[in-house]
Design a protein around this ligand. Structure first.
Ligand SMILES: Nc1ncnc2c1ncn2[C@@H]1O[C@H](COP(=O)(O)OP(=O)(O)OP(=O)(O)O)[C@@H](O)[C@H]1O
Length: 504
């Protein structure tokens, strides 16, 4: 048995150059059979240890049953074998979350590793160009492990030495198709290690109804929709500025109205004011009543309103200097959110050069200095080119909705965002599928997150204006015994508002 090991055959392989002048004969070094056997044995033991460490539950179940069979006989083993699935089913039915966290997702990950990723790994990475064939040997990136949660598989990969993240990001589409996923997101785990995220289902595939108005006033992140992983999308507006870019019909209105909707209780409590600039007159005019007179559509009025915001900002900066470094909304110093729809009308398409410069200067001043004193900007636009919006980089948080060209994605979200999976140019133009879907990139994270804003319909906006607009506030104020402005005179009356009557 030991006489015919593979090396013996290699000795007989002789090759020559075409003119047979040079003869190549392989040098065969004989490895003692015992060394080969020891190496195999070592590999077997290492593989078993790895199996136990990686899949403890999958190993423990058959081993446990085997031990029971040996010690107590077949009947007992079959009884226990039937008992375990029954226990699992009961656990799943009674405590779904803990079952999935501790068992379910691990089993699924193991199954997907075997059936999808390990099975297709070699052909997919070779055909997509991520593997290398050098001197007769295949060099493949190492598939390390798969984890699953409710919406996606996360595949940890060790790149080949010398590969760059960009090599993988460029092949995201190949990988997605290769493993039968709708998309693939590439993120760096640490040097040389990547995590590929393959969603299994898309919670953003259908429109979401408007998020209910919160019960309590809170200027913290406002829930306006859902993230791709099914978690609520909470958009921070206090303490930052947000730029939303998307082609016509991409659903920018949902982000503006969703945010205003989430802030309604704070508006009523006097902790937030929304100042609206609506040069198109189509979007924000619907809810004029909510802005308590701070609404402008005409470009000159818009410039005046922005100048007023700059004055408030500077007055606060003078007052806060040396006393506080961040803003806490109060009735005396509410958070002012300046909402600008189609900002390009004011910064680029405005024929009056003087007005254009005035507006751009005010926006630049507010975006650079307004954050710390409680003045935030939320601006929407269709065309993200620099000529149209040269201050776009002053917005820390950005959202790219459906865009017409792939180059526009990086213009909005910053360099490399598209390579990291922000395929805003692939979002469906069909409103039902794609309106409100976008990629959010926060200043704090380079990885864009796919999100969808809930749809705030015209009826919702009308309802909001009716319940929380000027008229309703005045009547509530009167009922509270502090007629007129909700501001300084109503401090004690805040608790008196009927938040409980709001639809949950
Ligand atoms: N979040 C959403 N979910 C589902 N459908 C939406 C959503 N937002 C908007 N839509 C649909 O898309 C249409 C266009 O939306 P919207 O007017 O907000 O787009 P827009 O980006 O503001 O366009 P424009 O720049 O032309 O004003 C809406 O009439 C609605 O039918």
């Amino acid at each position: 048995m030991f006489k015919k090991l593979p090396g013996d055959e290699a000795r007989n392989l002789v090759s020559t150059t075409p003119d047979t002048a040079v003869v190549f004969r392989p040098a065969v070094v004989k490895t003692p059979a015992i060394v080969t056997l020891l190496i195999w044995l070592f590999r077997l033991i290492a593989g078993l240890v790895r199996l136990v460490v990686r899949h403890p539950v999958a190993v423990a179940v058959p081993v446990g049953l085997g031990v029971i069979w040996t010690l107590y006989g077949r009947t007992m083993a079959l009884t226990v074998g039937g008992f375990v699935p029954a226990m699992g089913l009961s656990w799943f039915l009674l405590e779904r979350d803990s079952f999935l966290r501790l068992v379910g997702w691990r089993l699924l990950a193991w199954w997907r590793l075997i059936v999808v990723y390990r099975r297709h790994w070699q052909p997919v990475v070779v055909i997509s160009g991520l593997g290398r064939h050098l001197r007769g040997r295949d060099y493949l990136p190492h598939l390390r492990r798969v984890t699953c949660d409710e919406w996606a598989d996360r595949v940890s990969v060790k790149m080949l030495a010398g590969q760059a993240v960009k090599d993988w990001a460029d092949r995201a589409e190949h990988l997605a198709h290769g493993f039968g996923a709708p998309s693939c997101r590439v993120a760096v785990a640490r040097a040389g290690r990547l995590v590929l995220t393959f969603p299994r289902r898309d919670p953003l595939a259908v429109p979401l109804p408007a998020v209910p108005v919160p019960d309590d006033p809170d200027v913290g992140p406002v829930e306006i929709g859902r993230c791709e992983d099914g978690r609520p999308l909470r958009l921070k507006v206090h303490g930052t500025h947000v730029l939303i870019a998307g082609a016509t019909g991409a659903g920018k209105g949902s982000y503006l109205w969703g945010t205003i909707r989430g802030l309604l209780p704070t508006i009523r409590a006097g902790l937030v004011q929304v100042w609206a600039l609506d040069p198109k007159r189509m979007e924000l005019s619907f809810g004029r009543d909510l802005f308590r007179g701070r609404y402008a559509a005409d470009p000159a009025e818009c410039a005046d309103l922005l100048d007023e915001a700059v004055s408030v900002m500077q007055e606060r900066a003078d007052r806060f200097a040396g006393l506080q470094r961040s803003h806490t909304p109060t009735i005396d110093d509410p958070f002012i959110l300046v909402v600008v729809d189609e900002v390009a009308f004011l910064t680029a398409y405005q024929p009056d050069k003087h007005l254009r410069q005035r507006i751009t200067a005010a926006l630049a001043t507010l975006t650079t200095q307004g954050r710390a004193v409680g003045v935030g900007i939320m601006a929407a636009l269709q065309d993200p080119r620099k000529e149209v919006m040269n201050i776009r980089n002053l917005f820390p948080d950005k959202i790219a909705l459906r865009l017409d060209e792939s180059e526009q994605v990086d213009m909005v979200l910053g360099d490399g965002a598209r390579d990291r999976g922000a395929l805003a140019d692939h979002i469906s133009p069909i409103p039902h599928r794609g309106a409100g879907v976008g990629y959010l990139r926060l200043k704090t994270s380079p990885d864009p997150v796919r999100v969808r804003a809930a749809y705030v319909s015209d009826a919702d906006v009308r309802d909001m204006a009716q319940r929380y607009g000027n008229a309703s506030t005045e009547s509530t104020d009167t009922a509270n015994g502090c007629a007129g402005d909700t501001g300084h005179g109503c401090r004690g009356g805040v608790d008196g508002f009927e938040y409980g009557s709001e639809a949950a």
